[in-house]
Design a protein around this ligand. Structure first.
Ligand SMILES: [Zn+2]
Length: 416
């Protein structure tokens, strides 16, 4: 008995020793793309400890702490983890956040409605229990003409959701091609104003140019979709730039509204298929394909995608902050596949005319600044969260190389 307990104590002591030394992980000889837009740095060493980047710089300069776990990344690339500035997470968070993380998305937003336990879930993530991507939430979205339909009731609801852990405050303005009534502008103005009183970043789902203009007038911080009914003009674009307003172009979502009718080759790619069950894939190839092929709004949806593409390039050329976002997740029958969509979005941004470097900036610097989390997340620098990806090939040569994620580090730990 005594012998056994001694052995147990010895084993415990050993495991403590092991975990203490394993707390420091060092990546050496990597090529670093830090997300700021700076040129890649060769032969970089990155030291991770307690979830953060303890040190970062030339391998010749950075000393490897004794007892650290060292990984030689010669020939490999390190980029920031992907921040998705427009995502959706359902009530069963763990599997969805896990899927995001496995695709390299280390932070996602949740942009509809989250139950009250979201506050405790986020607190647990902050304590280091990361079972998937980090989540930031709007908690509730103001969209209906029937709920909180007076300025007073809307302000009270803002107070409530902020108290319950909302990171942002979002309004949803869309007639769905004339099918539903839009939320009252007096209500959105009250929501914006009340959110500002709490110091919260505000977001607007818009489709039409007129609504985007009104929300800019009302002081919104982020347009979480691009304008999709008209081409943007230079005056509006310069207003966005002057007022430091960020734009999320959800090209992959716009494509996702019609592309399944075309049975694109990529739905048989293992990189797509790992994001959904075999049953769901079968439904996608049959029911969903037919549904989209017969959609009376097919032409309108194609046009929305084309306009998003044009407007994204205009905004990027003018230097408006672009944050990567996708609208992934949400209702299962949308087939907006979490994780895959973020990579597809990157390809579509390059097809729109952005460089791979601009795309990387959009999912790191741009998204973190837009969401107000750039002090801790986004670009890779000393002191920031160790959320990063190891890639086999250079994403600047071809953004599709982002798919070659060899390892995901979330809070300094390898996520698998
Ligand atoms: Zn959305």
């Amino acid at each position: 008995m005594k012998k056994t307990s001694t052995l147990i104590m010895l084993a415990a002591a050993l495991s403590l020793t092991v975990s203490a030394s394993a707390q420091v992980t060092v990546l050496t000889h990597a090529t670093l793309i830090d997300g700021t837009g700076a040129a890649p740095q060769n032969d970089v060493t990155l030291v991770m400890e307690n979830g953060r980047i303890r040190d970062l710089g030339s391998s010749a300069r950075i000393a490897v702490p004794s007892g650290a776990t060292v990984l030689d990344l010669t020939g490999k690339f390190v980029v920031p983890g992907i921040i998705n500035a427009h995502g959706h997470v359902g009530a069963n968070r763990d599997p969805e956040l896990r899927q995001y993380a496995l695709y390299g998305v280390t932070t996602t937003t949740s942009m509809a409605v989250d139950a009250d336990d979201i506050a405790e879930y986020k607190a647990e993530q902050k304590r280091g229990n990361l079972r998937g991507a980090r989540i930031l939430t709007v908690k509730y979205r103001f969209m209906s003409t029937t709920e909180y339909n007076t300025p007073e009731s809307a302000r009270a609801k803002v107070d409530e959701i902020v108290a319950k852990g909302a990171d942002f405050v979002k309004v949803w303005i869309d007639s769905q091609n004339g099918r539903i009534a839009k939320i009252n502008p007096e209500v959105t103005a009250a929501v914006m104003d009340q959110a500002r009183k709490h110091g919260k970043i505000t977001m607007a789902h818009i489709y039409e140019y007129a609504d985007a203009r009104r929300m800019v007038d009302q002081g919104v911080n982020i347009l979480v979709h691009n304008v999709r009914d008209q081409e943007l003009d230079a005056d509006f674009i310069s207003t966005l730039k002057q007022r430091n307003i960020s734009v999320v172009s959800t090209l992959t979502r716009e494509e996702g509204m019609f592309v399944y009718a075309e049975s694109p080759a990529w739905i048989d790619d293992p990189f797509f298929r790992k994001g959904l069950s075999a049953d769901r894939l079968t439904l996608l190839k049959t029911k969903k394909r037919e549904e989209q092929a017969n959609d009376p709004e097919l032409a309108r949806n194609r046009r929305a995608f084309a306009l998003d593409t044009i407007n994204l390039k205009k905004l990027s050329n003018a230097g408006v902050r672009i944050a990567l976002g996708t609208d992934s997740g949400g209702a299962a029958d949308r087939y907006f596949i979490q994780g895959f969509f973020e990579h597809r979005q990157m390809e579509l941004m390059v097809q729109a005319g952005l460089t791979p470097m601009q795309v990387i900036q959009a999912f790191s610097k741009g998204a973190s600044e837009a969401l107000g989390v750039d002090r801790e997340f986004g670009t890779l620098a000393k002191g920031k969260a160790a959320d990063l990806l190891v890639l086999d090939r250079n994403p600047l040569d071809n953004i599709v190389n982002m798919r070659g994620v060899q390892a995901v580090y979330l809070g300094g730990k390898k996520f698998e």
